[in-house]
Design a protein around this ligand. Structure first.
Ligand code: ZN
Length: 157
């Protein structure tokens, strides 16, 4: 038998958790499970609620990192194509992006340190973890690519 609560979901601000006894979803604030009458363990429910809050923060932070990378990718592509069509185009936007992109691996690393040890099968959290890993890799590759293009541009000048 499971000894703790697992995360249910947050519905319209109401916190719900899974009853460890019968597995039905119940209100976090209830005294007893309304299905089997099992008393709700305040401490377990509290830590389940805290974990849920932590997970929702982790998901938010992950989507920020992802949109950061998405915007950077869009601008880099724009920059790359203008480089193809306008010879000796100066890499000014690219150079500015390099500075911005330097933050992506830092943000991804900070996320891993802060939320990396959370153990949860909650699908949103697993997605968030994957998003951060992919963002870190894409951001890092993009950074190398921009640095490479910048060096190339310098040589051509
Ligand atoms: Zn129950």
């Amino acid at each position: 038998m499971s000894d703790g609560f697992s995360i249910g979901a947050v519905l319209q601000g109401q916190m719900i958790v899974d009853c460890p006894h019968c597995n039905e979803t119940i209100d976090f604030n209830a005294e007893r499970c309304r299905f089997c009458g099992h008393p709700v363990d305040r401490k377990a429910a509290q830590s389940a609620a805290e974990l849920l809050a932590e997970i929702s923060q982790a998901c938010n932070a992950a989507s920020h990192i992802a949109s950061f990378v998405g915007i950077s990718v869009a601008f880099s592509l724009l920059d790359f194509f203008s480089l193809l069509f306008i010879p000796f185009h100066n890499m000014l936007p690219g150079t500015a992006l390099t500075g911005v992109l330097l933050f992506v691996p830092v943000l991804a690393l900070r996320w891993k340190i802060r939320f990396g040890q959370i153990v949860s099968q909650y699908p949103d959290f697993r997605n968030a973890r994957r998003t951060v890993t992919v963002s870190g890799i894409v951001g890092g590759l993009l950074l190398c690519f921009i640095l490479f293009l910048s060096v190339l541009t310098l040589i051509r000048h």
